[in-house]
Design a protein around this ligand. Structure first.
Ligand SMILES: NC(=O)C1=CN([C@@H]2O[C@H](COP(=O)(O)OP(=O)(O)OC[C@H]3O[C@@H](n4cnc5c(N)ncnc54)[C@H](O)[C@@H]3O)[C@@H](O)[C@H]2O)C=CC1
Ligand SMILES: O=C(O)C(=O)Cc1ccc(O)cc1
Length: 294
């Protein structure tokens, strides 16, 4: 239950994630106006015409006047510069959250550029999304029943944390909290590595001399495995660079797994391969059945 509406909400980066946040809060009747800010005039115009935002702001000074809540929802590589630009205009009542897929870099940017406002900046990561991007892909129910991980700062006031939890909760999300370090380790394994592998597989096939033939015979298994290789390249460049240390560690672990599987193939060890596949299938089925609750 939300105690009071948010009034003026500013979304910087009105794409799939920022647009869906705006639509969800609007559907709940929790905002008076949503102000959009971004890099591309055309995509802001699109968001305006879709009713996702109510006005386009020319810059932070104008956007932050009497703002109640700001969501940063651009690629993570642009967030630190946005923090620096917004800092001089941030008013004492304004709460800030973000939707970045990485958290250590975001928290570092906050301590560098927004030191005077640490009580009311609550980093977040919605574990909901898609390989689609842009305002046209935004939906009011994107966060319904999905997790949002918060990595609160020790300096956050109890009230600010509660209000930001209310905002994400009003979008229909289930909330959890962890440290930025743990967050980046966890998501390197279960999100960033899988995206890297999907991009790598499709790239490898596409670069081959007989790629036309290979793609022409690729079926639903290839489609399922490669879906996330249709994700936004800039967004994933930024995520992989920001979390590159944890991602390299995951890649090394995965390369060891592949080396082991390669050895089993070389030895023609069918029973060991079957055991590996059975264990993997059982683990995936247990995950699908909801046996692993955070
Ligand atoms: N797509 C997904 O499934 C998920 C994405 N995220 C995170 O949410 C953020 C946004 O992702 P999406 O909405 O999917 O991307 P998107 O491409 O749909 O939207 C990003 C928006 O940010 C704007 N933008 C780009 N650079 C900017 C800058 N320097 N300043 C202001 N605006 C700028 C773009 O014009 C675009 O409108 C990223 O940080 C991403 O890591 C988090 C969870 C899921
Ligand atoms: O498309 C998918 O299945 C995703 O995995 C979406 C996604 C992308 C990035 C995130 O930080 C969280 C979720």
């Amino acid at each position: 239950m939300v105690s009071a509406p948010f009034g003026r909400v500013v979304v910087c980066g009105v794409g799939l994630i920022g647009g869906s946040f705006a639509l969800a809060l609007k559907r709940q009747g929790l905002v008076r106006e949503v102000v959009g800010l971004g890099r591309s005039r055309a995509s802001l115009e699109e968001a305006l015409s879709l009713g996702i935002i109510d006005s386009i702001s020319e810059g932070w000074a104008d956007a932050l006047r009497a703002a109640d809540l700001v969501l940063l929802a651009m690629p993570v590589g642009s967030m630190t510069a946005a923090m620096e630009a917004m800092a001089p205009h941030l008013e004492p009542q304004t709460l800030v959250t973000d939707a970045g897929s990485t958290k250590r870099d975001i928290v570092e940017g906050i301590y560098t550029h927004l030191r005077a406002h640490l009580d009311r900046i609550v980093p977040a990561h919605p574990i909901a999304g898609a390989e689609r991007s842009g305002a046209s892909a935004a939906t009011a129910d994107l966060y319904q029943g999905r997790k949002v991980v918060l990595t609160p700062l020790v300096e956050n006031s109890a009230e600010a944390l509660a209000r930001v939890r209310e905002a994400w909760g009003a979008c229909g999300a289930e909330l959890s909290e962890m440290s930025p370090q743990e967050h980046d380790r966890v998501f390197a394994a279960v999100s960033h590595l899988p995206h890297l592998l999907a991009f790598a597989l499709v790239h490898d096939i596409a670069e081959r001399a007989n790629s036309d033939e290979l793609f022409s015979f690729a079926a639903s298994g290839f489609r399922d495995f490669s879906r996330i290789a249709s994700s936004h390249p800039e967004m994933w460049r930024d995520i992989c660079i920001a979390n590159r240390h944890a991602l390299q560690a995951e890649l090394d672990t995965y390369l060891s797994e592949l080396a082991w599987i390669r050895a089993l193939l070389a030895q023609g060890d069918g029973p060991a391969l079957e055991k590996l596949f059975t264990d993997a299938r059982d683990a995936r089925n247990a995950w699908l059945a909801g046996h692993f609750k955070a």
